[in-house]
Write a new protein. Structure first.
Length: 274
């Protein structure tokens, strides 16, 4: 994505169309679009030809961008789990690991970055009916590996609104749910985590379309991405007007939900009842 955004910036600065850029590397306009969105791999020769077309002749600048191209083609750690993941999900894991701010609304279950191992196992078993025990454990291991980034010193800001339904819907037995509630209480005290609960008592709210995630990145050239998961696929939305609507929905959810301290008290109340 970073390389793609840099190439788009260089192309636009020279006033070159995607069609002309595609012609220069023996490709279509749509391939240039996919390259600039970071959705296809990069051939070094194609990047070299585009840099020449865009008038980039300085050796150090060319090498910096070519180095990005080589890095972009290195498979991330999560690719070893692709055999147990839906085809659209590795892209999300890569984006999540690059984000500096992750904003979430979740209604079905606790978000994967906040799940305990036991709760995650119950969720995966429910979602992967008929899967072998080994495949279930690999999926759980991936989820726990993703959590390391959130808990690291360089972890992203994580802002989440959890619908109360996600907290009351049982996955696993009573002890699993109690452990999950306690984990939410504990992790919500971390400085990079802002957790709010949308209570049943509020009634209808702006999250009526279902769960979604907004990913923001440290590089100013990268646009925010909205991730919406469906039953057989997922949407990655990065058009400004689409992102703005989801940002507004999340802003309203945050305004309408109790704050982090009150939400933590709500979690403690649910824990006492469980």
């Amino acid at each position: 994505m970073l390389l793609g955004s840099q190439l788009r910036r260089l192309r636009e600065a020279r006033g070159i169309t995607r069609e002309a850029a595609g012609y220069s590397i023996r490709a279509s306009e749509s391939k240039i679009s996919r390259m600039e969105l970071g959705r296809v791999s990069f051939k070094t020769r194609d990047v070299e030809d585009l840099l020449t077309l865009y008038g980039i002749t300085d050796d150090s600048e060319r090498e910096s961008l070519l180095s990005l191209a080589r890095e972009a083609n290195v498979a991330g750690w999560w690719h070893s789990y692709t055999d147990v993941l839906p085809t659209w999900f590795p892209t999300y894991v890569g984006l999540e690991g690059a984000a500096s701010l992750i904003r979430v609304y979740e209604v079905q279950f606790v978000h994967g970055l906040l799940q305990t191992e036991e709760y995650a196992r119950a969720v995966v078993r429910r979602g992967m009916k008929g899967a072998s025990a080994a495949d279930v454990e690999r999926r759980v291991a991936l989820r726990l590996e993703r959590q390391k980034y959130l808990l690291s010193d360089a972890g992203p800001e994580f802002h989440i609104v959890l619908d109360e339904a996600a907290l009351r819907r049982p996955y696993g037995d009573r002890e699993v749910m109690r452990g999950q509630l306690q984990h939410l209480i504990d992790i919500s005290a971390r400085p990079n985590v802002r957790l709010q609960v949308m209570p049943f008592g509020f009634g209808g709210h702006s999250g009526e379309s279902g769960a979604f995630t907004i990913l923001s990145f440290p590089d100013a050239d990268l646009s925010d991405v909205v991730y919406v998961e469906q039953l057989t696929s997922a949407l990655y939305l990065d058009k400004r007007e689409d992102v703005a609507q989801y940002e507004q929905a999340l802003k309203e959810l945050q305004q309408d939900s109790p704050g982090p301290d009150e939400s933590r008290d709500l979690l403690r109340g649910l824990l006492q009842l469980s």
